[in-house]
Design a binder for this molecule. Structure first.
Ligand SMILES: Cc1cc2nc3c(=O)[nH]c(=O)nc-3n(C[C@H](O)[C@H](O)[C@H](O)COP(=O)(O)O)c2cc1C
Length: 184
């Protein structure tokens, strides 16, 4: 069975991206895809402070291996200062370089922000980085605008059109990852 890793892209505890990743996990489960959430709120930053690139500590290796070995990745990305969080770039910069396992890796994106653009800038800047690494950027992206009024932890995404796009991304990305996995 293919495995999709859902990455909550901020180290802020109990963040909206983490709640969105949990919502997606339920949807992927219903679609018969195994998932695991990697939250940057649990990332062992203490192990990389001080320029410890290529860190071989088990906790960093565990995070990196889960990310690199997944059949597909979904990033849940908040917009911080017109970009994606530095905490996310910091963690990604501590993958082994060059991260050859990311070549052709299917990656989907869900952006969100408190403003009107729904994390579009954050997602597009992150996509630019994964373009450079020759990953496969799944084209159907989701942007959740005004997250504080369009998302509720109990009800999920309350804007009907955005909720439909979210569901469609889950269905389409699950099918794409399954298809890729079958050809391995
Ligand atoms: C440091 C920081 C910078 C932010 N910058 C932006 C921004 O540029 N545009 C935007 O729409 N929202 C911005 N926000 C709001 C967040 O996108 C939004 O509150 C957040 O993603 C909601 O999820 P959270 O639970 O991670 O806070 C910022 C929030 C923080 C903490």
């Amino acid at each position: 069975m293919p495995k999709i890793v859902l990455i909550s892209g901020t180290d802020r505890p109990d963040s909206k991206p983490l709640h969105l990743a949990r919502l997606a996990k339920k949807k992927y489960q219903a679609l018969g895809v195994e998932t695991e959430i990697l939250s940057l709120a649990d990332y062992p930053y203490h192990a990389i402070i001080g320029g410890k690139y290529d860190s071989e500590t088990p906790e960093i290796q565990s995070f990196n291996q889960k990310l690199l070995q997944a059949d597909g990745l979904v990033f849940f990305v908040p917009e911080y200062n017109g970009s994606f969080p530095g905490a996310l770039k910091f963690a990604l910069d501590h993958l082994p370089y060059p991260p050859v396992e990311l070549v052709h890796k299917p990656i989907a994106y869900v952006g969100e922000g408190s403003g009107a653009f729904g994390g579009q800038r954050a997602v597009e800047q992150l996509q630019m980085m994964f373009n450079y690494l020759n990953a496969f950027n799944y084209p159907e992206r989701v942007f959740i605008q005004r997250i504080n009024s369009n998302f509720d932890e109990e009800k999920g995404i309350t804007d009907a059109f955005t909720a439909k796009l979210f569901d469609e991304q889950c269905t389409g990305f699950a099918a794409f990852v399954k298809q890729q996995h079958a050809t391995k």
